[in-house]
Design a binder for this molecule. Structure first.
Ligand SMILES: NC(=O)c1ccc[n+]([C@@H]2O[C@H](COP(=O)([O-])OP(=O)(O)OC[C@H]3O[C@@H](n4cnc5c(N)ncnc54)[C@H](O)[C@@H]3O)[C@@H](O)[C@H]2O)c1
Length: 358
């Protein structure tokens, strides 16, 4: 399948490397409004053609089949909608798919109307320990679910936020809950199911940004289980963990490491100690950096879905779920109240310019 990239910033190298490794894939062009970035990534990708706009690129290469949207989060919706309406290409969009719920809905609708498939990158779902945990959830091995916890304890110094003007803004990025923890919030929902309500507090401690660098939320799931989200980019002096714990009446699983990549605890009542230990050994996996290994596995899945007409693991509707929960977290932090899902955000600032906020 022929891929093209829109946006040649920090995450683009992951996509270039992943596509290079895939049997059935080729990266044929890329673009960035900053032509210098496009040029340097085009060289890195093996001297492929590069452009300063996606219109130019998509007109020059009609054979492009899949477009990966790697622009700042607040631009995803507009970019996807425009490209799908004009060119009807398959879309892989980086997380978070959009910031405002209505934008996510519009993306889903436009893709459906144009018979285009939309894939949202949630590469951590492909981490081996996460897949193993999901199988245990599907087989109901936990019995009654009790609690799930995600922790993002990462270090993002001011220099990280200062490198691009969109970072740490309500309009284009959101804070740690939207940017860094959206993966972990997605995993929590994937394991514990539909959330019913949320209470949250957020704060900006160490970064000079509009949005939060730290947040905590308590979620009540429809199953009755309780979820805890603890997320901060104010961990110092360096990244500590990105983890997920699931506890049920019959067992406990903890996946830790920097990027939910390392099976740290696998204990089930009805399982022998040897078997528990074997799972721990087989599913220990340590990634080279916080982004993890999953982009290649994720894009492999995208190709498989398209070629074999399979259901996507994270399509638009699935990607929308964490956007709704994140907006509910912000709504609760703004109002000091428990917010029940489903709802229409009123006080969440996510995705809005200052003059357009309530
Ligand atoms: N899956 C992950 O683990 C992961 C990790 C990092 C970033 N991301 C996501 O990837 C996205 C990009 O993040 P980043 O860190 O690479 O940002 P970045 O600022 O480094 O790169 C974004 C690039 O998009 C370009 N751009 C903006 N508008 C454009 C347009 N209309 N056409 C072409 N190019 C355009 C910018 O010039 C910039 O080079 C964000 O949504 C982020 O949340 C995901």
């Amino acid at each position: 399948m022929k891929f093209a990239l829109v946006g040649c910033g920090r995450i683009s190298k992951k996509h270039i490397d992943a596509i290079k490794e895939l049997k059935d894939a080729e990266l044929i062009a890329l673009c960035d409004t900053d032509i210098n970035k496009a040029e340097s990534q085009a060289q890195y990708a093996g001297n492929i053609p590069f452009y300063s706009s996606y219109d130019e690129m998509l007109k020059a290469h009609e054979d492009i089949e899949i477009v990966n949207i790697l622009t700042p989060s607040g631009y995803h919706a507009a970019n996807v909608i425009d490209i799908v309406k004009k060119y009807k290409k398959y879309i892989v969009v980086e997380k978070p798919m959009a910031l405002r719920l209505q934008d996510a809905d519009e993306m889903i609708r436009i893709c459906d109307e144009n018979a285009v498939r939309l894939f949202v990158v949630k590469q951590n779902r492909y981490n081996l320990p996460v897949q193993k945990l999901r199988q245990a959830v599907e087989k109901q091995e936990f019995g009654r679910m009790v609690m799930g916890t995600v922790r993002v304890r990462w270090c993002r110094p001011q220099a990280y936020y200062d490198q691009d003007p969109w970072r740490g803004t309500w309009e284009l990025d959101g804070g740690v809950l939207t940017n860094q923890a959206s993966h972990h919030i997605d995993l929590l929902e994937w394991m514990l199911g539909e959330p019913m309500s949320v209470m949250a507090k957020t704060c900006t401690f160490l970064a000079d940004i509009e949005t939060e660098d730290t947040g905590a939320a308590i979620i009540k799931f429809r199953s009755g289980a309780i979820g805890i989200v603890e997320a901060t980019t104010a961990t110092r002096p360096k990244d500590l963990e990105g983890s997920l714990t699931v506890m049920g009446e019959k067992g406990t699983v903890v996946i830790g490491g920097f990027a939910v990549n390392k099976m740290e605890t696998w204990n089930f009542i009805d399982v022998s100690e040897e078997e528990n230990a074997r799972v721990l050994k087989d599913y220990a996996e340590t990634p080279p950096n916080v982004y993890g290994f999953g982009h290649q596995r994720y894009l492999e899945h995208v190709i498989d879905c398209i070629k074999n007409n399979k259901k996507a693991l994270v399509d638009g509707l699935e990607g929308r779920k964490s956007i709704e929960l994140i907006n509910a977290i912000y709504e609760s932090a703004e109002t000091g109240r428990e917010v029940f899902l489903h709802f229409n955000p009123r006080y969440s600032k996510l995705g809005y310019k200052e003059e357009d906020r309530l």
